[in-house]
Design a protein around this ligand. Sequence first.
Ligand code: 5FX
Length: 541
Amino acid sequence: MSRSEDNRQLATPLYLGLDYSTQQLKAVLVDDNLHEIYSTSVNFEKDLPEFGTTGGCHKNGDEVTAPTLMWVKATDLLLDQMKADRIDFSKIASISGSGQQHGSIYWKNGSREILANKLNPGLTLYDQLQDSFVINNSPIWMDSSTITECRQLEDALGGPQAVADLTGSRAYERFTGNQICKIFKTAQDDYEKCERISLVSSFGASLFLGDYASIDYSDGSGMNLMDIKARTWAQQALDCCAIGLREKLGDLVPSFQPLLFLLITKGYVSSYYVKRFGFQPKCQIIAFTGDNPASLAGLRLQGGDVSVSLGTSDTVFVWLEEPRPAIEGHVFANPVNPTDYMALLCFKNGSFAREKVRDSCCKGSWETFNESLRSTARGNNGNIGIYFYDTEITPHAIGVHRFNAAGEKVESFDSSVEVRALIEGQFMGKRVHAENLGYNIGPSSRVLATGGAAANKEILQVLSDVFNAPVYTLKTENSASLGAAYQAKHGLLHASMSFKDVVKNAAPYSFAVAPNEDADKVYTSLTHSYKQLEEQVANSQ
Ligand code: 5FX
């Protein structure tokens, strides 16, 4: 029977998206029009206090881990909650999911057999997977304990840029290859007893598939182990990390790929869930991916788009066709279009810097802050500011640096000039680093703004002008789990339909602001000056 026939058997197919994030496991159900009809979540700290985590993790110096079995128990609890909410599991046509990126799970020899053939529907997963992991505490993305392994990888492959060219990012401490390398060196016995290493995403998929799920290209890009262009494991990188790693990682698949069971038959939901919760036996499991790629799907980004999340830290996703990996930022395989890429850029100085300038220049008033933006000229008469109160990630630099129109360092700006310099500087920085990775603003480019500061139209106007593109907003509390639910449907239809067509009925964006006519003229050259000044600051530290 073809996939679409499987699908038609259901009067109202539903699609389930899961998100194994740092603090919670979330489920979102959407209907055939991709409208959200239900969501629920399990908070690791609050609902599973027996694991003693704070915010879903344990911190021990620069080592940060999460108990693997906590995620298993959260899965039991989530499904129990859905059952108590009288969800009709038989209507779910397919399941996909996302997970915090970079975290790793180490399955013990023999666990595949338990997953595939020995799960008793009368018992919880937690009861039955007690002895399935060789490492009980999974290293997660907040871990920064692998600087030695990072240097080793960069030295072996010819430096940071060479690692970025091959894998999409220079060596990062949280990236999974460096974490695996540390485990190989410090716990070799455990490494040898491990038959499969999963990412958090493919681990979640494995639980539902009842077999080891393949790692998808997008989340696989966050390991420093995948050849970003060929989308295959990069043997030189594997060789640097650990012996016999290729076998423990399994195959890579596209992010919307319907998975296979035991590499042969269609990857339907494990019979455990059919018997215990009433899932239909032909509910298809689609590859799970990382939370950032899933959010790109949830935001429904298209070629040429950029999304800017304005929160405590700012995050930028960029849709790329021709990536130029750099030593700042990350290039991942695009989760919805198999030949394209996405870039992820993190900026530490987000809302905190905006609030600091609001307090020092506007007596804490956003109204005064906005009035400063309205009353100053686009381009700030050539004045440029760089406000890295905390050590910035992109670029790696610190301090507040102000320059006049002649590019000379100055001590201070008038209050309203300071406000505009901060906002223009923050957005020019985003544009510079997006362009460094291969982004080109085109006539159909759109900027999608999310996060707290996306409610501020004056700030969005500067964003629109700096990128010379219209800005839209979207409510996005669930972007990763929603993106996973979209991918669940996309996975069933991908052979005949593009992702863009799959999501065409999803909730529309709200138009916020359009760029001013002189935006291109003002900001193309100002951004060029900003770039030179930022490089000068970063190189001098
Ligand atoms: C991305 O590289 C990250 O490390 C984080 O955004 C995690 O994915 C958070 F879950």
